[in-house]
Structure formats: C-alpha cells, structure tokens
Design a protein around this ligand. Structure first.
Ligand code: HEM
Length: 455
C-alpha cells in the first residue's frame, strides 16, 4: 500500500512553479530522478544544487569530505534568527567547542539516567488517555509534542518552571512555518528585511522563545543553583584552549537548539509510528507480545527499555518511511569530487533522506512497512548510508540515542494501555517545514485496551 501522498515533480519545473511548491511543501519541488539516481544536478536562478542520493556519494559529502562543506545558506537563514550560533547552526571551532561541551549529556550511560523522567511523562499521558471516553478524537501529533516537550524541559533544564508550554509550542510552529519562505528568499538572494506572509508572527514567536530561555539562564546564574542538566553543564564549561566560558547568549542559542531539535523530531517519529501501527495491527500485536514478555505484564521500568528490540525496529522502520528530518543541506566551500562529478565552491549538496529511504534499488518494495528490515542481519547486509534519519558524519544528530530510548519508552508505556485508530482511508500528507509533519495534523480515535489498567 502507498503510505504517503507526495507526488514528486516528473520533470524540470518552471521557476515560478518551483517557488510556489517550495513555499507550499518543498518535497513537491524535488525532481523524481532523485528517488533512483545517485546524483542529480539542478540549476535554479544561477545556483547549482546537487541532490545527492547514492549512499557512496552521501558518505563523501557528509562523512569523508565533511570538512569541504558548511551547512547551506538557506538553512542558516531559516534557523539562525531563533538559534543564533548554537551547535546546529555554527561552523568550525565554535561548533567543535559546543559539541565537546554537550557530548557528555548524550553518552549512553547518561541517557539512561533520563529514563525515569521519560517514563513519568509517558505515564501521565497514558493516564490522561485511559480516562477519555472510548473513541475520543485527538490530534496525536500535538499530544506527542506535549509529552516530548515536557521531557526535554525536564532533562535539559530540570523542569518547566514558569514556562508557558502552550505558548512555546505555538511559537515554535509559527517560527517553523516561516522557514520555507526563508529558503525561497535565500534562493532569490533577497535581503533579510523583505516581508512575507506570517513574518510578524514568526518574529513574535522567536522573540518569546528567546526571552523565556534567556531569563532561565540568567535566573540559574543569579541563584547559583546546580543541577545534573545541560544548562548547568554549559554554565560550568570552559574552552580547553582559551579557558573562556560561554556567555548567556551562547547558552540561550544552545538551549533553544536542544529544545527545538530535541522534542519535535521525536514527537514526529512517534506520531508517524502510531499512524503506521493503526494501518498494521499485526505489527502492533507483535509489539504488545514483546512488551508483555519483557515486563511480565507489569509496569515498564527503565531497565526494560533496552530489551524492547522489536519496538525499536518498528520505530526505525517508521523513520525510514517518514523521516522526521527529510533532508540535510550543505554548501561546498572548495572544489570537491563526489561520485563522478566535480562540485564547485558555492554549489549546494542536498541529501534528500526521504527520497533515499524510498529508493527501490536500496529498499525492495519501499512503500511497504516492514520492521523486519531492521534485524541485525538485515542492517549488516545494507549500505550503512542507505538509512540516515539522524544524518551522518561529524554533524550526526547528537541526540540519536536519547531519541530512540525516549520513543521506545513512550510506546512501551502507551501501547499496552491504549489503541489509537486513524479514520478509515486517511492518507496523511507529509509536509516539510525543516521537519516533516503531517500537513493536516494526525487526528486519531483513542480506545482503552483493558477495562482496568494494571500497567
Ligand atoms: C527522532 C528524533 C530525531 C531525529 C530524526 C533527528 C535528526 C537529526 C538530523 C538529521 C541531524 C543532522 C542535521 C544536519 O546534518 O544538518 C540532527 C542534528 C542534531 N540533533 Fe537531532 N534528531 C532527533 C532527535 C534529537 C534529540 C532528542 C536531540 C537532543 C536532545 C537532538 C539534537 C540535535 C542537535 C543538537 C543536532 C546538531 C548536531 C551538530 O550539528 O553537531 N536531536 N538531528
């Protein structure tokens, strides 16, 4: 069955149509050839962009010759107004320092320390869902955003304090909506002051997010409180070479980066997983059997999560079909050979993860949802970079382990208690806004699975 309703452009599109499609949903402006060819060159308004889809070529761009590229201007222009020079947007020495500072928080041993916070948030959500009248319809996408937002605030900032969560979520949405305009305006080389629809709302959202985070940093500095969280780590960090500390703006940039990059992506992975499970009850049944076997039918505890291998496979397969980050973008800073082609300085290299994950030469029957693709044997038999939901190379997602543990823990708590059903025949449209969201949200009906929950 077809799990998505995206129609790639069959051939070259006229400039205006490309711009219109890019604002509406950038995936629609991607040429069909990138789903099968290792490299496709496209020239648009004097700018050369290479879509790099072959795993060997991806390895060259993101891993082997990573030093010959920077993040693309369109991406920087979209995100920098909110994230400044944080770890996601910075380059060179500035990026390296921030990555070194944040790394200890994301070591596997430390990520497991976050499990109690993850499980507490998941149980609160489960209890709320269990109490609903049977068949209540909810936007599961927004429910997943709430729970992962709660978790990211707890783990990175030791709690939400007086942060207005609903306003934050609205602000993030408004801001992300503006990013596809940023891409188009950057392609047109328009100056930053050029207006576009929603620009004021996006700016107000960004200002709220920055002010609320900045206040949190200052409060922590003023009170001198110490917690085992990312904020304390950044306040204490010193550059090993210069001994310099991060200032409050740099810490704000990074906290916002982690809040933004760290909750929406995982929420989307969970949303798409719940949708896919509603279409494939046999897979859900197998997950339930695994959870039951691991927990002995009791409550899911931190030490159980690692043993939920099949649940993890399901999350991996769902991120193949619907990768929360559908594309990573780079610009060459020097002449560099990729596959049989020579990229010139200034050329873009776009790695369309969504298209790579649906390439039929890499993934037989790519539209089919099959978690069996992620057994250890299957993974070993495939090219390492045929699958890259977290990117690759030095800029690979720092929160990869965190996200997987979190997604498995949340599913492990929710599934034995509740079932989420999509409307019959509903086919969601993936829409790209830095992350890949269901365009119409994800309305699903919630049913309690057991009359009285013991889990
Ligand atoms: C399913 C969930 C997630 C997905 C699919 C995802 C995906 C990605 C991808 C593709 C990149 C690379 C971007 C590029 O190369 O341009 C990235 C980078 C990043 N991610 Fe994630 N991510 C997820 C969860 C998280 C979490 C939970 C956190 C933190 C708590 C996080 C923090 C970051 C940061 C800070 C970077 C920038 C790293 C750097 O440039 O050094 N992500 N993520």
């Amino acid at each position: 069955m077809s799990e998505a309703a995206i129609l790639p452009a069959p051939g070259p599109l006229a400039t205006l149509r490309i711009l219109r499609r890019t604002v509406r949903n950038p995936i629609e402006s991607w040429p069909a050839a990138i789903y099968t060819s290792p490299m496709v060159r496209s020239r648009f308004l004097g700018q050369t962009t290479w879509f790099v889809s072959g795993p060997d070529e991806v390895q060259t761009v993101l891993v082997d010759r990573a030093e010959a590229f920077v993040k693309a201007d369109a991406m920087r222009r979209g995100l920098e107004p909110a994230l400044g020079q944080g770890i996601l947007t910075a380059e060179g020495a500035r990026w390296r320092l921030q990555r070194r500072i944040a790394a200890p928080v994301f070591r596997p041993s430390h990520v497991n320390d976050f499990l109690p916070a993850m499980l507490t948030a998941a149980r609160a959500l489960r209890d709320r869902w269990v109490a609903l009248p049977a068949g209540t319809e909810l936007d599961v996408a927004s429910e997943m955003m709430h729970v992962t937002f709660e978790i990211i605030l707890e783990t990175m900032l030791s709690g939400r304090g007086d942060i207005d969560v609903a306003r934050c979520e609205r602000s993030i949405r408004d801001f992300l909506e503006s990013t596809s305009w940023a891409i188009v305006l950057s392609a047109l080389r328009a100056p930053g002051w050029v207006p576009f629809p929603g620009k004021y709302r996006a700016g107000a959202g960004r200002d709220y997010l920055r002010a609320m985070t900045f206040a949190r940093v200052q409060e922590r500095r003023r009170t001198g409180e110490r917690h085992d969280d990312l904020l304390s780590l950044m306040l204490d960090a010193r550059d090993p070479e210069t001994g310099e500390a991060l200032n409050d703006t740099e810490i704000t940039d990074n906290l916002l980066t982690f809040i933004g990059a760290g909750h929406e992506t995982t929420a989307l992975a969970l949303t798409w997983t719940l949708f896919l499970l509603s279409q494939h009850p046999e897979i859900e049944t197998r997950m339930l059997a695994e959870i039951d076997a691991v927990t002995g039918g009791g409550a899911l505890r931190s030490e159980h999560v690692e043993a939920l291998g099949y649940v993890r496979q399901v999350v991996m397969e769902s991120m193949r079909i619907y990768p929360p980050v559908a594309m990573v973008v780079r610009t060459a800073t020097e002449r560099v050979r990729v596959g049989g082609n020579e990229l010139a300085p200034g050329d873009n290299a776009f790695v369309p993860i969504y298209a790579i994950h649906r390439n039929p030469t890499l993934w037989p029957e790519p539209e089919r949802f099959d978690p069996g693709r992620f057994t250890a044997d299957q993974v070993r038999a495939r090219h390492r970079w045929a699958y890259l939901p977290f990117g690759a190379g030095p800029r690979i997602c720092i929160g990869m382990g965190f996200a997987l543990v979190e997604a498995v823990a949340i599913l492990g708590v929710l599934l034995p208690a509740v079932r989420a059903e999509a409307q019959r025949g509903f086919v969601p449209t993936p829409k790209l806004r830095v992350t890949m969201r269901p365009a119409e949200g994800m309305m699903m009906q919630i049913y309690r699975r057991r009359p009285s929950t013991t889990i």
